[in-house]
Design a protein around this ligand. Structure first.
Ligand SMILES: [Zn+2]
Length: 248
């Protein structure tokens, strides 16, 4: 069996059988075996714990991709995989406080969402999405996750070229592409998603039950968000992604 065929088969079989229901947290309605708590970042029942917190099938596919890249002297390192609601809330509230010093709440929120997701909506809650660098490269000065580190002669350009060529073979797709027609978050050459699983998560996120559950979450700045804003956020940001990641 070729590599591509194996990944697809394994992922599909896994989705159906390996997610487990748990009642550790308050219960929302669920679709199939994925729970809404998993989408919100408040339950970790969908994750494989070692060595990086990732959704189980995503971890398996990532390990295969990493081994293949190592043969080409590229050491794919995840700097951000799963992120909990609590962590996203901390990131969000820190930025909200900072931007609110000079902006009104609506402008502060617009500024934050150029790069950061609203808590409870992040694709990183799903454990299917990863931010990556090349640990075999010389580390750039300043921040690692910067666009100019991934292009031209920059340290992570080999990684980016390799991913452009091979990541789809392992089920991983760039989420926030450079496509000018795309809405939502800015271009992120470091952020990939495991499509066979994340498509199912997105499908659930597009439904009413998820949104009902999301509205029960609490964090600073939320009271400033109107229903119209939230609806347009889900449409433009949640779905402002590469078309290969849209559920069919
Ligand atoms: Zn990311």
């Amino acid at each position: 069996m070729n590599r591509k065929g194996f990944i697809k088969t394994a992922a599909l079989a896994g989705i159906a059988s390996q997610f487990q229901l748990s009642s550790r947290f308050f219960k929302f309605m669920s679709t199939g075996d994925i729970k809404i708590e998993n989408l919100l970042g408040i339950s970790e029942s969908h994750l494989k714990s070692k060595p990086v917190l990732l959704e189980e099938k995503t971890y398996e596919a990532f390990s295969l991709m990493r081994s293949a890249a190592l043969k080409d002297q590229i050491d794919i390192k995840i700097v951000s995989g799963y992120r909990s609601f609590q962590r996203q809330k901390e990131i969000w509230e820190r930025k909200f406080k900072q931007f609110s010093k000079t902006k009104n709440p609506a402008d502060a929120i617009s500024e934050i969402i150029t790069y950061s997701s609203i808590p409870g909506t992040s694709r990183h809650h799903w454990g299917t999405d990863i931010d990556i660098i090349d640990a075999a490269a010389e580390m750039p000065k300043g921040g690692l996750l910067q666009e100019n580190n991934y292009h031209g002669e920059a340290p992570f350009s080999n990684l980016k070229s390799w991913m452009d060529r091979y990541s789809s073979d392992f089920g991983f797709e760039l989420v926030y592409t450079k496509d000018k027609a795309r809405s939502g978050f800015n271009y992120e050459p470091w952020h990939y998603s495991f499509a066979p699983v994340s498509k199912s998560y997105l499908k659930l996120q597009m439904g009413k039950d998820y949104k009902k559950a999301w509205h029960t979450l609490e964090f600073e700045g939320k009271s400033e968000m109107t229903y119209a804003f939230i609806d347009s956020y889900f449409k433009n940001y949640g779905m402002g992604i590469h078309t290969s990641l849209m559920p069919s």
